[in-house]
Design a protein around this ligand. Structure first.
Ligand SMILES: O=C(O)c1ccccc1N[C@@H]1O[C@H](COP(=O)(O)O)[C@@H](O)[C@H]1O
Length: 201
């Protein structure tokens, strides 16, 4: 999110557990530096979404925007992720871009370093594609580590999402984005409220 009014309305009406801001300059949802004064004061857990950013860049955004959580949405190594955790102590979501299969061995070294895994659909643009991956690939998820589901989540998938929640208790949250927008970065608050009601009631 990047509009103060839209974010305030969403917080008031939906009370999300987290709210994301994209700090990847190639994204249509990129949050410019000028937004920092307004967004920093929002009373919500703020997730900074980064794609192969440097430690310095991430630390500057943490300071400017009052981030509580870092979402690493690129090809960040275990060593980089460990250093970020050591230097900031903040909550970390590490994203894995899913293609036709998942090699759980690749995720394993991240276990001691991250708070949540986040699964998104593979795309050359890294994220925000609105594309859904094959959720069957998660059925043999081998870890206790909680994970978040992402990638084109929409209101039409509520029944399937509920089935997945029943099968996989490690599924800790749903990361919604482009399917709940009026335009890039402007969220449809009523649609999100409806989605939350349908999924959690
Ligand atoms: O939204 C973007 O533009 C974006 C760009 C680069 C990396 C991540 C991005 N967004 C994240 O992508 C996922 C899935 O979004 P969608 O539902 O498929 O639109 C989500 O984590 C967004 O935060």
């Amino acid at each position: 999110m990047r509009s103060l009014e839209n974010a305030q309305e969403l917080i008031e009406k939906v009370q999300p557990d987290w709210m994301g801001m994209i700090f990847y300059s190639k994204s249509v949802r990129y949050v410019p530096e000028e937004a920092k004064v307004a967004l920093a004061e929002l009373p919500v857990n703020k997730v900074g979404v980064f794609v192969n950013a440097s430690l310095e860049e991430i630390k500057q955004c943490i300071k400017d925007f009052g981030l509580t959580t870092i979402q690493l949405h690129g090809d960040e190594s275990v060593a980089f992720t460990k250093e970020l955790k050591a230097q900031t102590g903040l909550e970390i979501f590490k994203v894995f871009a899913i293609k036709e299969s998942i090699d759980w061995g690749v995720l394993e070294p991240y276990l001691p370093v991250v708070d949540y895994f986040l699964f998104d659909t593979f795309t050359k643009a890294y994220g925000g594609s609105g594309q859904v991956f094959d959720w069957h690939l998660l059925e043999n998820y081998p870890f206790d580590k909680p994970f978040l589901l992402s990638g084109g989540l929409s209101i039409e998938q509520v029944a399937e999402i509920k089935k997945l929640q029943n099968r996989l208790p490690q599924l800790a949250g749903l990361d919604i984005n482009s399917k709940f927008e009026i335009e890039p970065a402007l969220k449809d608050v009523e649609k999100i409220r409806e989605f939350k009601k349908l999924v959690y009631n």
